[in-house]
Design a protein around this ligand. Structure first.
Ligand code: NAD
Length: 310
């Protein structure tokens, strides 16, 4: 606990340490505990967690770091009232999610998911000649041009795709040919072969991709959602897919996770479901540790935190 207080920067921990008990550098070390439940938080000053639990509010914490970039499940007002700082892990997922989205697009264009499905039955079946396409020259609309959106746009641009984007401030962004405002979203998606959704879930973005936006997409378009389930109206999307009004979708995030076994999304040939794994990489924990280590240093030095949300 003392290690987060500038006045006690040298205190050394003597409890269980996470990993190899890595040193935190010149600012002294913190006692690091790996806990299995919020009941074990007694005496902890800071917490690094994947998910939010209500018990965190009364645990006497002064700082919570979210392992996820999306902090839509955290109660901002209540944390502020209790003087608990909240930081998130944005800024580190651009490469992994960018590659995942490129993978979705490549699979749809080159039909890889269909060959894999048929291969399970030993079925050797050449596609119709007009079915596969190449990404080069196809259009992508990226909704939300933060870390994820830029990672996606850079890769699409490298594949010679035409990239447009949607952003609250319509100023230029590298690798994006034209930037639209959220009010212009229907125009932005009107010519898109792919629409990639990469905004946080907020009051403003809940249902951002609804029936009207889906209807504005061309019949041969694919929706790719790597943001949060609530940003896309799932019922409207399912209705469009089931009547072949859209070509397909790749969905990493859902209103209900895990996606229930009886969800119709599992059954559709041109829907790729990934289990909220678009950002997962073996380096994930190191990159989270970099943010936490930097903010611990800042806490000791009395400097403002990076990635601060509350
Ligand atoms: P970020 O903060 O770097 O970028 C988010 C961007 O969305 C910002 O540029 C913001 O201005 C923009 N935005 C907000 N509201 C908007 C609106 N109404 N219209 C258009 N743009 C809007 O965050 P990030 O790291 O890119 O992550 C974005 C979200 O993606 C996270 O909040 C999280 O929910 C989700 N995410 C999912 C995964 C995954 O595994 N699938 C991984 C990381 C992040």
């Amino acid at each position: 606990r003392d290690a987060l207080d500038p006045a006690h920067g040298d205190s050394a921990g003597d409890g269980d340490s996470a990993g190899d008990g890595e040193s935190t550098g010149d600012e002294g070390s913190s006692e690091v505990r790996v806990v299995g439940s919020s009941a074990e938080l007694e005496g902890c000053d800071a917490l690094v967690t994947f998910a939010y639990e209500e018990a965190f509010l009364s645990a006497g914490l002064s700082w919570i770091h979210s392992v996820q970039a999306g902090v839509d499940r955290f109660p901002f007002d209540e944390l502020e009232e209790r003087d608990v700082r909240l930081t998130n892990s944005t800024g580190i997922h651009g490469d992994a999610v960018g590659e995942t989205v490129l993978g979705y697009m490549t699979s749809f264009a080159r039909r890889l998911h269909r060959y894999r499905d048929r291969g399970r039955d030993g079925e050797w079946k050449h596609p119709e000649w007009d079915e596969p396409f190449t990404l080069s020259g196809e259009s992508l609309c990226v909704v939300g041009l933060g870390t994820l959106g830029r990672g996606i746009a850079a890769r699409a641009d490298a594949c010679a795709m035409d990239v447009v984007g949607v952003r609250r401030t319509p100023t230029p962004v590298d690798h994006v040919g034209e930037v639209y405002t959220p009010e212009e979203i229907e125009r932005a998606v009107a010519d898109a072969r792919f629409v990639a959704v990469a905004t946080p879930l907020t009051e403003e973005t809940r249902g951002l991709i609804g029936a009207d936006e889906l209807a504005a997409m061309p019949d041969d378009a694919y929706l790719l959602n790597v943001s949060r389930g609530g940003v896309v109206d799932e019922a409207a999307l399912l209705a469009e897919l089931e009547r072949d009004r859209l070509a397909g979708a790749a969905l990493d995030v859902f209103e209900t996770e895990p996606l229930p076994e009886d969800s119709p999304f599992w059954e559709l040939d041109d829907v790729i479901v990934t289990p909220h794994a678009a950002a997962t990489t073996r380096d994930y924990y190191r990159r989270i540790a970099d943010i936490v280590r930097e903010n611990r240093r800042r806490a000791v030095a009395g400097e403002p935190f990076v990635n601060r949300v509350v």
